[in-house]
Design a protein around this ligand. Structure first.
Ligand code: SAM
Length: 280
């Protein structure tokens, strides 16, 4: 029996609407995406296999919102909100924002796929276009530290898309769930920990060390964000270069005095937000 038949049969036996349910289960097992109580947004959700899995994982205290071009039949056993609409349309995004509310989402997943033409380059380009729409939505809706998983067909634009997503998250992985293996060229990019740090790797900024951390580093605060500065004393004001910016804290090193005056004057990036550079 091929892998495809196995997952198809399992989905029938276990009451999932689509064999793709196992792809989300496997992504979740590999990358710990969905937790109890989470708010999950599912883009391209029809017929609803991922919605069923997400609803099971978040439990009664969680929230699941699904969107698709197609109507999604009500899920009787789960309290899931569904919207019918095109994710490339601003009106759909507006309704989705309203449904998610101000707290934002913990996880945005997208299994959106274009109608296949059979022309590989075109199908790939359309898939990347949908994945980019999902990325925009994820950046807009995710709360700090939130996770994003998106389907993309392999092809020449995949690497560039991955490079665009990467700096916005703590780390990114490419995952091919077993349930995808024999079906197509699809892969999933799983990006964990939306980075909402007010600084980015490579930024040079002036900071004042306000506290001493457990490891002896100085701690400076940038808009409430903790920046650990090696070999810096409490009360010291100095120019640092950000080495690594995680969603909730970052690491920076002292810039030699000779370099500092020039760079601190020329770089206002701590106020203007993230630079283009970032670590994985
Ligand atoms: N994850 C789903 C499940 O487990 O039931 C299966 C999703 S199916 C592979 C892909 C879905 O993406 C289709 O239902 C399609 O209608 C939807 N889709 C494609 N383009 C879309 C768009 N622009 N906006 C919303 N949904 C879209």
């Amino acid at each position: 029996m091929s892998g495809k038949d196995e997952y198809y049969n399992r989905s029938k036996q276990q009451g999932y609407r689509a064999r793709s349910a196992y792809k989300l289960k496997q992504l979740d097992e590999e990358a710990n995406l969905v937790e109890r109580g989470d708010t999950v947004v599912d883009l391209g959700a029809a017929p609803g296999g991922w919605l069923q899995v997400a609803a099971e994982e978040v439990g009664e205290s969680g929230t699941v919102v699904g969107v698709d071009l197609q109507r999604i039949e009500d899920l009787e056993e789960h309290d899931v909100e569904t919207l019918r609409g095109d994710m490339t349309d601003e009106r759909t995004r507006h309704y989705l924002r309203e449904a998610v509310g101000e707290r934002g989402a913990d996880v945005v997943v997208s299994d959106m796929a274009p109608n296949m033409t059979g022309e590989y380059a075109l199908d790939h380009a359309r898939s990347v276009h949908l994945a980019r729409q999902a990325f925009d939505v994820a950046e807009e809706l995710l709360a700090p530290g939130g996770d994003f998983a998106v389907k993309v067909f392999q092809g020449e634009d995949l690497d560039a898309f991955r490079e665009d997503v990467r700096p916005e998250f703590e780390y990114i992985r490419t995952v091919v769930p077993d349930a995808s293996r024999d079906s197509s060229s699809e892969v999933y990019l799983v990006a964990k920990g939306l980075n909402t740090a007010p600084v980015a790797a490579g930024d040079r900024i002036e900071v004042t060390v306000e506290e001493r951390g457990d490891e002896g580093d100085g701690i400076a605060y940038v808009e409430g964000y903790s920046l650990f500065v090696a070999d810096a004393a409490v009360g010291e004001t100095l120019t640092v270069e950000v080495d690594d910016a995680k969603p909730r804290f970052g690491f920076a090193s002292r810039v030699a005095d000779d370099d500092a005056g020039e760079s601190a004057e020329s770089d206002e990036s701590a106020e203007s937000g993230k630079s283009d550079e970032s670590d994985e």
